[in-house]
Design a protein around this ligand. Sequence first.
Ligand code: GRF
Length: 206
Amino acid sequence: MSTAIAVMASGKGSNLQAILAAITAEECAIKIELVISDCADATALDIARQAGVAHVLHLAPSDYPDRQTFDAACAQKIQSLHCEWVILAGYMRILSREFVQIFPEKIINIHPSLLPAFSGAHAVRDALNYGVKITGCTVHLVEEELDSGPILAQTIVPVFDDDDEESLHQRIHQGEHILYPQVLSRIAQNGFTRNGRHIVWNQAQN
Ligand code: GRF
């Protein structure tokens, strides 16, 4: 049986789309059971609906008194559908400590830089302004401190002299669309062992 996951997304949803494509191509043995967005007009919601995801949900933060209550509603939905992993794909809200504690080592994020460089909301712009010659993307476990969890995998992306934020982010996106499905596939197949900050991928058992 495929591993059931929930995806949380706020925007364009191109990573969600890449994951769905990998599932369709039978390259990734997971099932997206639920997609949640905090934004009513997120394209991610349309992508999920078109792909036939069974549960596609918009929850409006303004309907809840605070971050904890909103996150608790999301957690309740994720748990009720028995999703084993929570995959953040362009989810723009900072998760409460309570939410992170409900799913220890089960929340994964993708970030558009080579962490620990350029954490935060403007990673691509910050890398460009700093003048780095390479950047990339990082898939990592989510812990309470933003962009700080152990690293699962990274991809390097070159920065070109004539790049602007959009062209660089586009190139990073191409790397993300390969990396994220690969990581989820490895998680579903053999999983990993965590040793402090170090993640070691388990080998296939014959
Ligand atoms: C990606 O660049 C990801 O690294 C960051 O947000 C962006 C989401 O893009 N966390 P999309 O919505 O998946 O197209």
